[in-house]
Design a protein around this ligand. Structure first.
Ligand code: ADP
Ligand code: MG
Length: 421
């Protein structure tokens, strides 16, 4: 067994490469200078005794939206504290909240906690309108300039009540600004015109990072995180990065892989972090291209596994019926036998099977998410064939447990796989 403290390490401060924003927040975002300036311009009225503008921030995930807003509101807070200005910033992460009511309950709790300290409960049992009024009363209680950040507000879907009401609520004695952040570009398009014009007084768009930008982002974080890594000159881009512990191709590869996907900085950082950990855990002294490739395979495998674990019910059954055939030694199976097996499983679980046509849609969804492979049937009446994109053991391990929904069918499958071996 390894003993703590014995190992040499390539890390100086591992936290700097940690993609979790609770662990590390960058304070330098040169790739977002323009966006930061736009946010600055919208918030600046606060320093002049006026109301900061509402902002709608949009762009795909991992583009630095949250970190940019946090950076600018923190900066404004520091200014306000120095200038004895009355400023309160409330940040509400709305991920997983499926409607305006839900978001309002969390907003209410956050505002109360700003005023009274942690430990407030979520309100429940109120009418929507009453809840909104409670929020407004709390805002008036605090007074001064208040910025409410509704992060990942796309979670509320079509139910835009909170976005309609808050920007036009005018609580007494409050200069209120709402910042809505969305990862879903369609959400912005679909917003009601009134909401769009009041919330989107200013709109700030975050375009996806390209490979160059990702390289620079990774190199700054590598500089902070890895031993003996530093910029040769004052120029802080990757071409000027020197390191004893980093081979020259590792970082560009991680950036290129990240850009291929969606230019998501979080994913690129996660990939590079994993590669550096692989090297370090093996006691190696440099992070190389091979570590980056191994990290990519590892993360892809993890993504498929958690994809399987969280499949909705019908897709889960579609996967299980395919796995049933594959576990008997076939490498791919036509739609009809899979469908037949699926109907038997529905029987065991006592549920109504989907039509053949809709069932085929589920199989295709699974192949789109890289859980199944698909061979298109060529010619008239030829069926598609499906196989597993992961090995049988991986599929079976991630199926529901005995006491969960469909656990019984999963158990039968597991037994069959054991017997086959
Ligand atoms: P979004 O809100 O757009 O989904 P985040 O602001 O949460 O994205 O950023 C995702 C991750 O990438 C965070 O860990 C953040 O620190 C990091 N990140 C994003 N942009 C940059 C940048 N320009 N420089 C350094 N790190 C960045
Ligand atoms: Mg975010």
């Amino acid at each position: 067994m390894k003993a703590f403290g014995d190992d040499d390490t390539i890390f100086r401060d591992m936290d700097v490469l940690n993609p979790n924003e609770q662990t590390y927040q960058p304070t330098d975002l040169p790739e977002r200078t323009e966006e930061l300036d736009q946010i600055h311009s919208a918030l600046r009225p606060a320093t002049m005794g006026s109301t900061p503008l509402n902002i709608l921030v949009y762009g795909q995930t991992g583009q630095g939206k949250t970190v940019s807003i946090t950076l600018k509101t923190n900066q404004l807070q520091e200014y306000a504290d120095d200038a004895d200005m009355d400023l309160t910033v409330v940040h509400v992460p709305c991920k997983g909240m499926d409607n305006s009511y839900h978001a309002l309950t969390h907003l209410y709790k956050e505002i109360r906690e700003k005023r009274l300290g942690p430990g407030e409960e979520l309100p429940s049992g109120y009418q929507r309108k009453a809840l909104l009024n409670m929020v407004l009363e709390e805002l008036q209680e605090i007074g001064g300039t208040i910025i409410v950040v509704l992060d990942e507000i796309d979670a509320i879907g079509d139910d835009d009540y909170i976005l309609y009401e808050l920007p036009r609520s005018n609580p007494n004695g409050v200069r209120l600004s709402i910042i809505g952040i969305t990862n879903d570009l369609q959400f912005r398009e679909n917003l009601d015109a009134d909401v769009r014009s009041s919330l989107g007084e200013d709109e700030v768009k975050f375009d996806p990072y390209d490979a160059n930008q990702l390289r620079n982002i990774l190199s700054r974080r590598a500089e902070g995180a890895l031993r003996d890594t530093h910029f040769r000159d004052k120029i802080r881009d990757y071409e000027h990065l020197e390191s004893e512990v980093l081979s020259s191709d590792a970082l560009p590869l991680a950036a290129a892989l990240g850009a291929q996907d969606t230019g998501d900085a979080r994913e690129a950082i996660r990939l590079f972090f994993r590669a550096a950990r692989f090297a370090d855990d093996n006691g190696e002294t440099t992070v190389t291209e091979a570590h980056v490739r191994a990290a990519r395979d590892f993360l892809e495998q993890k993504a498929v596994e958690s994809g399987i674990q969280t499949l909705p019910q019908q897709k889960m059954l579609a996967l299980m019926s395919t796995t049933w055939h594959i576990s008997k030694g076939e490498s791919s199976v036509a739609t009809t036998p899979i469908y037949t097996q699926y109907k038997k499983m529905c029987d065991v679980e006592d549920i109504e099977p989907l039509s053949n046509r809709r069932f085929r849609d589920r199989l295709n969804d699974l192949s789109d998410s890289n859980i199944l492979t698909k061979k298109r049937g060529r010619g008239r009446g030829k069926e598609n064939k499906y196989g597993l994109a992961v090995d049988v053991a991986t599929a079976v391990e991630n199926l529901p447990q005995k006491n969960e929904r469909y656990g019984e069918v999963a158990e039968i499958l597991r037994k069959q796989v054991e017997m086959g071996n």
